[in-house]
Write a protein that binds this ligand. Sequence first.
Ligand code: EPU
Length: 293
Amino acid sequence: MPWSESLSKKIKTKVNLAGYTSFKIGGRAEYFFEPKNLKELQQVLVSAKQAGLRVFILGAGSNILVSQAGLSGLVIRLSSKDFRKCSCLGSCIVAGSGLKLNALISFSKKKNLSGLEFLVGIPGTLGGCLMGNAGAWGKSIGELVKQVGVLDYNGKLKLLTSKQLKFAYRKSNLNKYIIIWAKLKTHAAQKKVIVVKISQYLLRRKQSQGNNLPNAGCIFKNPGQGSAGRLIDICGLKGKAEGGAVISKLHANFILNTGNAKSKDVLSLMDLMRKRVKERFKINLEPEIKIWE
Ligand code: EPU
């Protein structure tokens, strides 16, 4: 055991990760830890570094595919209250990275602050969304970010200002850090205006993506300006199944777990989608989901 005695009582071993992912797929983590606060997080990072362990930061588990074979290393989930705090600072919101996006949007609605509505329905945590610059309807969360508080993998705190932050389509320069909190730009608005926007965005999402089986959102990034879903659809792959996984009939960039899908089923559908799109359009699809193996 690489941990101090106080930590080792709190760190779980062989934890099944399927239940922590929206795909409901995956094997066991060698070590699993939900730190109570920043200090515990810093301690565990130092120990993991000394022991040469790989560290995975798990948010809402809504954009990952975990290997059925499990993961060697340490999975950290920032689920405790300390990582889910939320407050107003003028017309900005400062929120912990472990907060779910929908909780953040509820908070902004309560405070009559507008600007986050387009993110409604995205199932991730703030940290996960920032890492991958999540977005919808032509906008992305990076556009709202003023500051981000991060830890490096040695446990050292750092403040990143908007000048140091780089966001591009489904991409950020936050990968080498663990996101702790972020300050987001919003603006005052009437509650009824915010409520209408939220329900309009939710309806649009339901119409185009209303999948009720476990999934991880869009599997591939959109190439250039086009929709990966549209390309996969034209290739006639909707409804194509492999083991317990199936390509959604509603939106072809979604793979659904019909009950007992394994990571290899999803990977083999992804290979097929990539191969067909490459053959037909000469376009290389790049995964949007993170594959943990
Ligand atoms: N389309 C098809 N067939 C399909 C899917 C889509 O013909 O199977 C067509 C639609 O009819 C529409 C066009 O393709 O004309 C675009 O579709 P959609 O509005 O669903 O957008 P998208 O480009 O496929 C992107 C994001 C989604 C985001 C939506 C809405 C990516 C990879 N996907 O999808 O994000 O919710 O726009 O803004 O950027 C995600 O990141 O996980 C995700 C789902």
